[in-house]
Design a protein around this ligand. Sequence first.
Ligand code: SAH
Length: 259
Amino acid sequence: MSGKIWFVGAGPGDPDLLTVKGRGLIEEAGAILFAGSLVDRAATLFAPQGCEIRDSKDMTLEEMTAWLIDQAGRHATVVRLQTGDPGLYGALIEMTRPLTAAGVDWAVVPGVSSAMAAMAAAGETLTLPEVTQTVILTRVAGRTPMPPGEDLESLAAHGATLCIYLSITLLHKVQEALLAAGWSEDAPILVVQKASWPGEEKIVRGTLKDIKRKCQDEKIASQAMIVASPTLGAADWADLARSKLYDPTFTHRFRRASE
Ligand code: SAH
């Protein structure tokens, strides 16, 4: 027997933010290998009786792929559960290549990424007409270096929405890069820790100048999304360019303009 290995995006933490497809696969899984302290709840909530559930935090890549291949020999459905979306900072391809080489079938189920969950938690929008129509998902260099041309200062020069993963302990680098790119010290910055986690989510609003201190005051040092965007705070702006789609004077495929 050779089962199939599913790389399932668990979403940002709230088990209700799993996709219906992802939850269905967990419910029929013979074995689940989960990554990250944020997703064990989804695994344990929905896994069937007798399902083999293992945390991957102490495993190497080789141990993980060996475990997955072994489990696929015993079960029709094996799930590798990852936070957010498996295609973002998830070592997906490193894991799938050995599976393909071993002739084991695999597929990916996308998940709600933490950038989307953070903006939803704060009631903010990633894009806004005539403000920015672009979102950049990035990080700053830690032990993983940034490829040429992707340093935060260059990316920030676009003035688009920046969702910065894996960087909460490097907030000073975010501050430096954005200031160097011409963002003002008063530019609004949003930090959300444990976005979507009932009772544990923390939302911190500040400026480029004071966000680091505010995060220190709130003791936020992990599991946090940093968003820098010219859209932040738009709910309270006096002037807002309207979206053409819902503008009464704008005709499109599904609606004629009113007089
Ligand atoms: N694949 C994941 C990202 C994994 S990298 C996704 O799509 O979201 C881990 C980083 O994701 C963390 O350092 C943090 O920046 C972010 N993150 C993951 N879950 C989060 C959550 N619930 N709230 C805020 N940030 C989160």
